[in-house]
Design a protein around this ligand. Sequence first.
Ligand code: WT7
Length: 641
Amino acid sequence: MLNTIMSETLPTDERYNTSFSRYLDEYRRSIENTEEFWNEKSKIIEWFRDYDRVLDDSKKPFFRWFVNGKTNVSYNCLDRHIKTDKRNKVAYIWVSESGNEKIVTYYGLYRRVNALARGLLNMGLRRGDHVTIYMPMILEAPVAMLACARIGVVFNVVFSGFGAEALAERIKDSRSKMVITADGAWRRGKIVELKSIVDRALELTENVESVIVVKNTNNEINMESERDFYYNDIIEDGYVEPEKMDSNDPLFILYTSGTTGKPKGIVHGNGGYPVWISNTMKWAFDPKDEDRYWCAADIGWITGHSYIVFAPLLLGVTSIMYEGAIDYPKPDRVWDIIERYGVNILYTSPTAIRLLMKYGDKYPNSHDLSSLKTLGTVGEPINPAAWHWFYEVIGKSRCPIIDTYWQTETGGFTIAPALGLGLPDLKPGSATFPLPGIDPVILDDNGREVKRNEKGYIVLRRPWPGLMLTVNNDDKRYIETYFSKFKDMYLMGDYAVKDDDGYIWLLGRADEVLKVSGHRIGTIEIEDALVSMKEIAEAAVFGKPDTIKGDTIIAFVTLKEGYEKSPDLIDYFKRKIREELGPIMVPEEIHIVDSLPKTRSGKIMRRVIKAVYLDQLPGDITTLENEASVDEIKRAVEELK
Ligand code: WT7
């Protein structure tokens, strides 16, 4: 059995340099001897109580790793290091848009986390309670995550670019008792008033009892007495004993949206998750003790959770943390930070690379980037032009590009070149090979494996420790979304091909999920917000390919009786979406039409709208009920030209 997997999955040793064979050995061991392999790899963290079993798959697809093991993520990120020579090592160098800088050591971070943990306990929070964190990229954000982890409080970070409705929805679904936020966030020299967004969200929810506010931008804010407290007033120095968490107790919930239903609260646990992310970071980036590592993502997304906060701290790495836009105040911001702090490992996204590439070579060329040794990307497939620019202009053709393919649900990297185990020859645009423990296969609609170079669904055949525990409050949805199309196998939702050499190439989403600047955007959330406006009858949202952002959002709507189409109305719709859902969710274009193409049973045919809009063949439209609507979309497109 294994031989067939190996020969299907991987190239043979001979075709690669000797170092690649180390990867092959580790990979083979992870498949042949899974329990022994993970028993060894689990020692990357410290356990208060050893687990009874490595893997329990008796209730699949609810796989449970390190059964009955007890540990604590905050303890592993902090207490463990301060007993060693990492005590005074820098954990974070924080840099703001305006160039302010703060440095915190592992011991300093430990002190801060304990002080907040004590504050949270004083306010009555207890193990098993839920908290929403809605914060900019400031040091108090990882401190809040770690303080919650320390006392067993499940946290739910909401990206600070989301608006009041989106925040309220997530606060409700996660049943948060508390919100930790800041007065504001800096965005391109302006203040985004986070606290007033929280105030509006709390009008829509009832479960929140208290709000903690960090002073960051010092703008004037409303403080509700009895409910709102300043961070500095509630923290208390001292030591808080870390809770002994079960491997499979939830650590956090992070929402991700799709094409149907509400956003899904992806739940990750206290055991498998830290084991997975720290091993994958070691394998993929191989950080050395003296390295400075910069993951230029936001803590509001899984990349920030796993690879700004937890994996680097678990491994005792020094990270750069940046609050602000990557091209502000000037397009050389990223290159300036690399030079100023001597960054060795830079992890970013294709969309960021394309944006910075647009400004031209003169910006990177005016900085000394010689400290760089490893580059990484995440979020979407990287196009060869961006890959070459990153490789040649930024990495001077001496830094490998680690293209990491994964998602919120997988906890950490799944497919990526493993620098720490032995690199394969890189091919621009391919995430290359699976990391140990990951067993990918590419299937057609009938569940048959496709031939080499043929496109299919990428599916993972075996569980791995980083797989989510479930969807919050919705075990059924967990099974239906991820384990139903192909029974007991994890459906990633992307198309992929495997080439003749066994390299895996990701080809984008197999569903209608949009990737806007690398972020997964749920069309359904935007459609819901549109149709909940009193003027709008129906809405259809889809993505238009964009050379920098990946997708841009396009909406077609029909109006209710009594409303007239006008540019002002469109502006008003956009403004409302910005307030409710946040700036990243605002459609670039909203078109008002008299009718939308529908099937005879009344389902809006987004596929047809998109095809007509993009001037492609709309495919089968025999089930279409109202053909005139297609002409209307064509006319709307004509008007744009
Ligand atoms: C989706 C997951 C993983 C953290 C950031 C996004 C796409 C992600 C790659 C890559 C091709 C990629 C997939 C995936 N994706 N990385 N290296 N190559 N596609 O997390 O919001 O959960 O989105 O992002 O479509 O399914 P996410």
